[in-house]
Design a protein around this ligand. Structure first.
Ligand code: UD1
Ligand code: MG
Length: 417
């Protein structure tokens, strides 16, 4: 089955309802562009070919598309049917099933797609849509069924009459077609609607009228149906995605004391036995070891690495920082552009002053260092192994191994050994 599937992902649209300059599919859920989730999902199906249709600000979207995926350009954004036409132009010579996905549908899961494709292929259907029964169907295309309960069309909300608006079965936008059926019928779609666009959804009515076999598979998890068109919908989807991410960590032995106030980006790695306390924000590209303690109120920004048994306590901000095993950074500290060794104790209120107004500079703190409370380390600086800084020190130059420094600016008081 898998060798006979090609996927077209529609991602050419603007961000009109988001009221944003950025292409909609680049808006993020848990730190990752929504199109990224769709691309991952598609890759997991191992289809023969994948085409993404781009248009609005395509050069920005291109950056997140892997090399194995083809790109087709939609010249004028005149509707989803025209976008599919552009996608098909990259699938010349392919025969089999074409799965159409929308780039603004990031919560979809693999099992659901598999179910749809299995049904479509086993029953030799011409067009199979994924539908969902929603309590509040507003905004979506409604599925029209005839007296035999067969699908006979889709009507978009803005073109629907009052009776049609009451229909709760909606079109998720996910459809599987026989390639030749899609190829030969797109041309019958006319822009006879309020938006004067070529709607892909019209193909369902066209096929039904011709006597083609059109079927619907219902999504069991209604969250998967969510298409994101507005900022509020983005926030709603972000909430669901965050829950999925947090649930997965908890299954792997990470304790999240309050999942509702813990924001962990997609792609974060956290070792088993680690406890994340409430009000913690973890941004992209963060790796946390085993048995660490993070938060409450910790902000780990990009490229943070915590070794095993590290404590990053309350009101901590870290960015581009590597922290060695068994190191404590317990209270009110900013550690940026830094490499901190193992078994270091960083006192309350420590700041690595990494920015001189023009450039960022690096701080190195070696193993077993003791940083006194309220130390400011003016980078670039290196604090040698087992050195100590007194409370309130302002370190402006390198500190040798085993030295004890204090004052403003910090001066060496003595050597430990
Ligand atoms: C669409 C469906 C609607 C369905 C809903 C599910 C149509 C006409 N309507 O509506 O039935 O309930 O999705 O979420 O298909 N795009 C292009 N080129 C275009 C226009 C759109 O590539 O010319 C892309 C967009 O980038 C987006 C996707 O197609 O990823 C869907 O477009 P969108 O405008 O979000 O359609 P909806 O109004 O949500
Ligand atoms: Mg949409």
């Amino acid at each position: 089955m898998k060798n006979n599937i090609a996927v077209i992902i529609l991602a050419a649209g603007k961000s009109t309802r988001m009221k944003s300059d950025m292409p909609k599919v680049l808006h993020k859920l848990c730190g990752r562009a929504m199109l990224g989730y769709v691309l991952d999902l598609v890759a997991s199906l191992k289809p023969r070919q994948v085409v993404v249709v781009l248009g609005f600000k395509q050069e920005q979207v291109r950056k997140i598309i892997p090399k194995s995926v083809k790109i087709a350009l939609q010249k004028r954004l005149i509707g989803t049917a025209d976008a599919v036409k552009a996608g098909l132009s990259a699938l010349k010579g392919f025969k089999g099933t074409v799965l159409v996905l929308y780039g603004d549908n990031p919560l979809l899961k693999k099992d659901t797609l598999k179910k749809l494709l299995d049904y479509h292929i086993k029953n030799n259907v011409d067009a199979t849509l994924l539908t969902a029964q929603l309590k509040k169907p507003a905004g979506y295309g409604r599925v029209i069924r005839d007296k035999y309960f067969s699908v006979c069309g889709i009507v978009e909300e803005r073109d629907a009459d009052e009776v049609e608006k009451d229909i709760r079965e909606i079109n998720t936008g996910i459809m599987a077609f026989k390639k030749e059926i899609l190829d030969s019928n797109l041309k019958y779609i006319r822009p006879n609607n309020r938006k004067k666009e070529y709607y892909l959804t019209d193909i369902i009515g066209i096929l039904a009228k011709k006597g083609c076999l059109v079927e619907a598979v219902k999504a069991e998890d209604l969250q998967e149906a969510l298409g994101i068109n507005t900022g509020a919908e983005l926030a709603g989807a972000n909430f669901i995605m965050q829950k999925r991410i947090n649930d997965e960590f908890m299954q792997e032995g990470v304790t999240i004391v309050d999942p509702a106030t813990t924001f962990i980006s997609f792609g974060t790695k956290i070792g088993a036995g680690t406890v994340i306390y409430p009000f913690t924000v973890i941004e992209r590209d963060v790796k946390i070891g085993k048995r660490c303690s993070v938060g409450p109120f910790a902000h780990l920004r990009e490229a943070v690495r915590l070794g095993n048994d590290v404590t990053a306590g309350n009101f901590i901000e870290m960015v581009r920082a590597k922290i060695g095993a068994k190191t404590f950074v317990k209270h009110f500290s900013y550690i940026g552009d830094s490499s901190v060794g193992a078994s270091v104790n960083i006192g309350a209120g420590t700041v690595t002053a990494n920015f001189d107004g023009l450039k960022k500079h690096y701080t190195i703190i070696k193993d077993k260092v003791n940083i006194g409370s309220d130390t400011v380390i003016v980078a670039p600086a290196r604090i040698g192994r087992s050195a100590t800084t007194g409370a309130g020190s302002v370190v402006t130059k390198n500190v040798p191994d085993n030295a004890v420094v204090a004052g403003v600016p910090a001066r060496t008081l003595r050597k430990k050994r």
